[in-house]
Design a protein around this ligand. Structure first.
Ligand SMILES: CC(C)(COP(=O)(O)OP(=O)(O)OC[C@H]1O[C@@H](n2cnc3c(N)ncnc32)[C@H](O)[C@@H]1OP(=O)(O)O)[C@@H](O)C(=O)NCCC(=O)NCCS
Length: 271
């Protein structure tokens, strides 16, 4: 698989912001710009999350991230073990999303561990399994997928989510997702933008903390408060997640909009 990955990676290009973290195959100028801007958004949120956590983390050293697009990437081979994860009944779009997510994951892993990127398996709750003291998170928002990985699994929790505002315009799910105070905030601004932010931030929280508590976390178990100067929510857990994570604990979720997409990054450092 490692050899197969090489052509896909060599088709990538360097984003506007530094090392190659976007991977869009034979993209034209416009697509490169689009990918570069989305990558900058993801990088900004991850950098802000690291600064806020006051952690020794830094991009390229112990944190890796990648953004990939289906549109311009024809070649995204999987490890054979990863291929077996997908049900044979999975629809073509699900297959592409899964392959893109794994491609992003391996691209991000290479930034922190160039020697070895084995398969990224799937746990019983759907969570990605990284191995070797690494944690991480994957998100899809067709045609984009993104992954963030962090070295130091025992000290951190990380979850990312990329969400389309267009998708949120179809049906009003605010009563399922929001607590009263959040609903109030959502209604006093751009409704769809704010609802997408709440939804995306809560999904990022779920992805970060599910591997620790291994149970479903209801949307109403967490209350978000927006701090606009820092582009972040404070997520407060209103129920104990696990014996190690009692009620009242909090986690920062940085949230940034690019075009009609919202990217959220929940990063928590355990004391
Ligand atoms: C699991 C869930 C968060 C995924 O979000 P989504 O918007 O549907 O999909 P995304 O494309 O952004 O993310 C999918 C990726 O999430 C990851 N994922 C799935 N289940 C996961 C879990 N239990 N824990 C951590 N990550 C998980 C996987 O890597 C998956 O991609 P893959 O199948 O290609 O590996 C969502 O389906 C869900 O069940 N939400 C309800 C619970 C919730 O969000 N509660 C809020 C609590 S505050």
């Amino acid at each position: 698989m490692q050899a197969d990955m090489a052509p896909a990676l060599s088709n990538g290009f360097h984003s506007e912001t530094g090392p190659a973290r976007s991977l869009c195959g034979q993209a034209g100028q416009w697509e490169q710009t689009e990918a570069g801007r989305l990558t900058s958004t993801v990088e900004w949120a991850v950098n802000a999350a690291m600064a806020d956590a006051d952690s020794p983390l830094s991009l390229g050293k112990n944190v890796g991230l990648a953004v990939v697009s289906e549109k311009y990437l024809a070649n995204y081979p999987l490890h054979s073990e990863e291929e077996r994860i997908l049900s044979p009944r999975a629809c073509p779009r699900k297959r592409v999303e899964f392959a893109l997510g794994r491609t992003a994951a391996h691209f991000a892993l290479k930034q922190i561990n160039p020697e070895k990127t084995g398969p990224v398996f799937r746990g019983p709750g759907g969570e990605p399994l990284w191995g070797d003291g690494i944690i991480g998170s994957i998100t899809h928002c067709f045609p984009w997928s993104s992954a963030v990985v962090v070295k130091g699994s025992h000290r951190f929790a990380v979850g990312v989510d990329l969400e389309s505002m267009k998708r949120m315009q179809g049906t009003d799910i605010s009563h399922l997702v929001c607590r009263d105070a959040e609903l109030d905030w959502v209604r006093h601004g751009d409704f769809h933008e704010r609802l997408t932010m709440i939804f995306s931030a809560k999904e990022a929280v779920y992805k970060a903390f599910y591997p620790l508590c291994r149970r479903y976390i209801d949307f109403k178990e967490v209350e978000l408060t927006w701090f606009p100067e820092q582009n972040r929510f404070q997520a407060e857990f209103l129920q104990p997640l696990s014996p190690d994570f009692p009620q009242g604990q909090a986690c920062a979720v940085h949230c940034l909009r690019y075009s009609e997409m919202v990217f959220s990054c929940a990063l928590h450092q355990f004391q």
